[in-house]
Structure formats: structure tokens, C-alpha cells
Design a protein around this ligand. Sequence first.
Ligand SMILES: [Zn+2]
Length: 141
Amino acid sequence: MRNGNLIDFYKNEQLATTAFKELRLRKGITCKKCGSTQHYWLAPKQQFQCKQCRFRTTLQSGTVLEGSKLPISYFFIAVYLIMKKGNAFTIQEFQDETGHKYYEPLYDFVRKIKAYLHENDQNRILIDFVEILNQQLPVEN
Ligand SMILES: [Zn+2]
């Protein structure tokens, strides 16, 4: 693991998108239309495409981020802060870190993320994050 503040990596939207895609691949993607689990990654569209019926699945679809218009990096920033701060975590802090203008969407977003963390094994999520992050980080010269 490199030194430096982890949250700065999570704030990188491209990195976050790649990491979120990796997270989805680990869980497996099921086509909503035909139930197939075989998909291609359509890089230009940033979507998965079913090998059977060509139905497309967005990165957010079927996840905690479904319906969210916020950047994917917000997911990692929120998870990071909630895990680090626990009950001391505030939406205000999340707003400061993201620089997002509006409070309301962040409030709803955090509520969803907290429910997600509650339902899932946090240690497993953390291990996945660190592994994925290490894979994504540029090699140090
Ligand atoms: Zn399909």
C-alpha cells in the first residue's frame, strides 16, 4: 500500500468507475431481460452488454447506486468516510469532501449507502476495496 491519503484516490472519477466495475464483476452480472450471466464490457458506453440478447446494463443498475445521478466516486468517498468515522460521520463532512453544491441528494445518497453497509459484510467490502485500489494504482517509478 502506498502512502498518502486514500480518499484522494477515491475522488478520481475514472479510478472510481473502474473500481466499481471490478466490484460488479466480482459479484457477477445477471441480465435483467434473459437472466444470462455472460457479458461483454462496452468501453465507449461504459456499460455491460449481454452476450445472449445484447441487453445493456449500466454500472449503477441493480446496485445500491441504481437511480443515482451522483458521480460513482461519491460511493467510495461515502463508504470510506462512514467506515473511518463511524457514528461521528456527518453529511456536512461528505459535502466538504465531494464539494457537492446541494445537501439533499447527498443526504439520500448516504442513507442508501448506510443501508448497503448494514446489509453487507463490511470487512469483505474493505478487503475488496483495498485489493481493487491496489490493482488500479499506477506503478511507482
Ligand atoms: Zn440477456
